[in-house]
Design a protein. Structure first.
Length: 68
């Protein structure tokens, strides 16, 4: 899957890995696509790929409602 994303998206595209959300084991990590690795996700992980306008704003990741 990462190969498909890397072929279609720039290397700085943000990808968020949200594992075990709302449990004591919760871990949320946002990295550039170039840093994403398959072992960052397991069956308890939601992976969110940002759009071309997705940006970090402090500790937050922001994607506008509309993108060109």
């Amino acid at each position: 899957m990462l190969e498909l994303l890397r072929a279609a998206c720039p290397e700085d595209r943000l990808v968020t890995f949200a594992r075990a959300v709302s449990t004591p084991d919760q871990a949320i990590r946002t990295v550039a696509l170039s840093e994403a690795r398959p072992e960052m996700a397991d069956m308890r992980t939601v992976v969110i790929v940002g759009n071309s306008q997705t940006r970090r704003v402090g500790a937050w990741v922001y994607s506008p409602r509309s993108a060109p």
